[in-house]
Design a binder for this molecule. Sequence first.
Ligand SMILES: [Fe+2]
Length: 347
Amino acid sequence: MIFRQIFDSVSSTYTYLLASRRGGEALIIDPVLDKVDRYIQLLQELDLKLVKALDTHLHADHITGLGALRDRTRCITVMGEQSNVDVVSMRVGDGDRIEIEGLTLNVLYTPGHTDDSHSFVMADRVFTGDTLLIRGTGRTDFQNGNAGAQYDSIFGKLLRLPDETLVYPAHDYKGDTVSTVAEERAFNPRLQVTSKQQYIDLMNGLDLPNPRMMDVAVPANMRVGMSHEEIARRGWAMSAREASGLVGRPDAILVDLRERREREKHGIIPGSLHAPYPDLADNVRAGGMLHELATATGKRLVFYCAFGERSAMAVQAAQGAGIDAACHIEGGIDAWKKAGGSVVLPG
Ligand SMILES: [Fe+2]
């Protein structure tokens, strides 16, 4: 496995780059905007293809690298269901799995620091975001933080992982890089409490100043969505309402770019074809499945995904590969459902 812990000294943030092998797919957790050039360089040096970029929560102390990485690598951006962010490609919740080639992260919903905080468990390690830090815990006094919820997340979920589980937080201000569940249970001063109320009192008495970057970072991090204006200007976008007229039409094929789990959880537009986003480049190039389908039948390809991010990238790739009639549904199946469109479970 390839595992890199990259430090941003300005915000004391740890970013993690994971891959199962050289030459394979990679994912990145909590990237920092100012460090995106470094990540891209490292990806090239290790011959990795970035396919997913995750944030554990909406950060207040640095600007996320999610949008820039998406624009430069066409990776899928991932956050929790509760994140108040305009558009990410994929949203996950407790019990979901985030997969790339050779690696799986199990998602734990661990609110408290913020109401959108998640931890990601991978085999022998857990990425705890700002929920559990090394000999500390993330503050709970803004962004819908809640000390009681954090107590439940830490004691009810994170400390129930096996003792030897490695703990990799999103920040460290003292120079520590990794800990374990057993170590934190024994030595983390915030966790030496005898009741939930004692923890709440401890956290509510901290009286911390706001982070320096908060007024800049929070609004910036709520807007990571890509610019859809150019795609619409070229006539490559349609609204969910317009798309509803296409179901059952012989001259159009609806193409679902989402992953199997998303389809099972949220349903699909009836009659749509499944062509997962990670295989897109192969599918749209000459000789590829979608390219052949479009040219052989003359049908219009109409891409959709969860929120319209992957499909916006797909329509550009398809147009670039010479599939002139390709377009996508703005806002994805989320907008489709809000417009009253029917969904069915995948067969
Ligand atoms: Fe945070």
